[in-house]
Design a protein around this ligand. Structure first.
Ligand code: GUN
Length: 303
């Protein structure tokens, strides 16, 4: 029998509310731009194909733009678009002075080289923070457009008052989008980071043992309910990045969104835990909006 904290709302990290707070701040910044006669930020999104998850994410990104007073443009293409055609659309957005920043929703169809598409985005418009220039600047500690999910995780910890300095963070998963960049950000010599970081992946030996030594667990492997109670030490902070759709006949949509953490088992142990949905997901969108504001103001790459 594992003892720990009872599941109460007090150990739930409310990413939705935190993201709302950030959106209120962004809306105020937009109002200030308008008041001085400047144009409002404009985010564009490219969506290829009809993946249900991607459609939802992009819809939520467009809705968030409306919420804070941005302009937004959604460019949709069928999944038979060629790589050359997609690269031409990226080039158009790069050249369009009305668009401050844009994203290409991933994953892309297999016949398109996603790395090539990301590299074609101008770094100053790369509000996903995926371009090697932004990733490199982040690693070097230079001002950069930071990837949204990793910076959203750090912002969430900061705004929840969770101390990170000197803590051992174990990141599970080494994707370019989350695992690798969040491990770098958490290790930075910053007030909001300063963790000792262990990055675990599919070849890691003794994964459960390593996880049990963590003060902070970041689960980003895309395997539903992978992190179980035996992998988490009582009092740990647990950040769940997973959002896998699993069939669920009891839901109107026919699926349920599952995180990478077995919430029922792990929540009673954790001192703080993010739910899925309503944890990291809304923070990703809030940070995308923040990057778009930075791009519009030319904060990282002066115009
Ligand atoms: N697919 C999953 N997460 C993301 C994201 O943050 N940005 C983009 N463009 N695609 C994604």
């Amino acid at each position: 029998m594992i003892s720990g904290n009872p599941v109460t709302t007090s150990n739930l990290i409310d990413g939705k509310q935190t993201a709302e707070d950030i959106k209120v701040e962004i809306a105020a910044a937009v109002a200030a731009l308008k008041a001085t006669g400047q144009k409002v930020p404009h985010l564009a999104a490219i969506l290829v194909g009809h993946d249900g998850g991607s459609e939802t994410y992009v819809r939520n990104k467009v809705l968030a733009c409306e919420r804070v007073g941005y302009e937004s443009t959604l460019l949709r293409f069928e999944d038979n678009i060629t790589e050359a055609e997609l690269l031409a659309k990226v080039a158009e957005l790069n050249e369009n002075p009305a668009v401050d920043g844009f994203i290409v929703q991933l994953p892309l169809p297999k016949h398109i080289d996603a790395d090539k598409v990301i590299e074609a985005i101008r770094p100053e418009k790369d509000v996903d923070g995926f371009h090697p220039m932004n990733l490199g600047r982040m690693v070097a500690g230079l001002p950069a457009l930071l990837p949204a999910t990793p910076s959203g995780i750090v912002e969430l910890l900061t705004r929840q008052g969770i101390k990170t300095s000197g803590k051992h963070a174990v990141v599970i998963g080494r994707s370019n989008i989350v695992g690798t960049p969040v491990s770098i950000l958490l290790a930075k010599n910053l007030e909001t980071a300063n963790c000792t970081v262990t990055l675990c992946h599919s070849r890691t030996k003794n994964l459960a043992e390593i996880c049990r030594t963590a003060d902070i667990v970041v689960a980003a492997i895309g395997r539903p309910e992978f992190v179980t109670a035996d992998m988490v030490s009582p009092g740990a902070v647990v950040i769940d990045v997973g959002t896998t759709r699993v069939p669920d006949a009891t839901k109107k949509s026919g699926f349920a969104l599952k995180g990478d953490v077995n919430f029922a088992e792990v929540a009673p142990l954790a001192s703080a835990i993010t739910p899925v949905p309503g944890g990291v997901g809304p923070m990703t969108i809030a940070m995308l909006l923040l990057n778009t504001l930075r791009a519009a103001k030319g904060e990282i790459y002066p115009r």
